[in-house]
Design a protein around this ligand. Structure first.
Ligand SMILES: [Zn+2]
Ligand SMILES: [Zn+2]
Length: 84
């Protein structure tokens, strides 16, 4: 199991201690759920703790928005590496 945004793998980093550890993020706000509606598997994003916190940092953003931010930041890192 790995983070949907940054591909962080807890087992890879923490070995047995991180085995099967991942945080679940509800893509639908609980307040948007209709009464009696069950949370579907596809409504849950699997995230590492860092990405999860970044999504919840005000203002709340979507998983897709965070993926876009991480992708852009990586491109930037790559460019500076090439330059210097
Ligand atoms: Zn992550
Ligand atoms: Zn969450």
């Amino acid at each position: 199991m790995y983070c949907e945004v940054c591909n962080f793998d807890f087992t890879q980093r923490y070995g047995n201690r991180g085995k099967d550890f991942i945080e679940g993020h509800h893509k639908k706000l609980v307040s948007e759920l209709k009464e009696g509606e069950k949370t579907k598997v596809e409504d849950i994003a699997l995230l590492c703790s860092n990405c999860h916190r970044m999504i919840h940092r005000k203002p709340l953003i979507t998983v897709e928005e965070l993926i876009e931010i991480v992708r852009k930041t990586r491109d930037f890192d790559y460019e500076t590496t090439v330059k210097y």
